[in-house]
Unconditional design. Sequence first.
Length: 317
Amino acid sequence: MQISSVVDIVNGQLLNEPYISSIVQIHDSVKKIRVGDLFIVKNKNDITTAIQNGAFAILLDFDVEICDFEIAWIKVEDIVSSQIKLLRFMLSNKNIQTYYCDTISFELFNIYSSVNKNLILLSNDIDIDFKKLKNINNTNIILSDNRKYIKNIQPLHQNFEIDKHSIQNLVQNSLFYVTFLFNNKLYHKIKLTSIYIDHFLSVENFLGEKLDTNRLKLFNYFAPIFINSNCEIVEFGKSNKFILTNNKASLINNEIDFLKDNYGYANIEVIDNIIDDDKLFKLIKTTNFNALYIKGKHRESMMNILQKNTRMANILI
């Protein structure tokens, strides 16, 4: 790529008149820099190493004393925005399927990503995603659950659609298990609530093969954490007390309505997230419930809180 093209793409300022006119590859890791590459600077201390490794161009967003006038020095207003612009340009030259997914679909794609090695799930961290995407090819499929983020990287993306499926013989075995028939295939007691069946089948249809439903144990939405009277985590179904959490506002009301409609005979409590973990744990201990739904908390975070506090309690005994 020509240096002049890089300057135009990032809307940067060329600080000198370099002897070189083009670069080979673009890296944001100094360890990857080889002769002819452009280095995206995140750490000022890496510049010397990048030049020693053979960098032909330095891209940065701060003032610096030029120490090598043969290579190109390009200054931009914001290095992250420039990184996104470069990535968007590189993707524009390729024909790659790109989808925005809702939270549930993205979670399922993450669980079943090993089924299709061409799937690339974005992390919403440009440093991580830049490494994932800069060398991809047209067989890859990009997935993101952040609409604003994917729009910046790949404006010509599609929405991953959740189809309404003609399910037969649906049996709600419990709040957390379902059995049903679809396309003459039996899905027997899969660990998934019925409100997310269409998401699961849409992902399965997209991937083109029947998925191993045992992997749904990794699914984090409407997935209970069973606890005993001491707030210790116990095996699935080994207690009449469980906690549900969700940190995605768009899903919370639907899950709570489903819980109340299907478990209304039990003692259900709903609380907003409490930032202080110790206060949240104390509230859990003093609340009488069969089902406790905590808004704004991720399941993994909730499990860590329970494990931490029960460990501390055991130490003090």
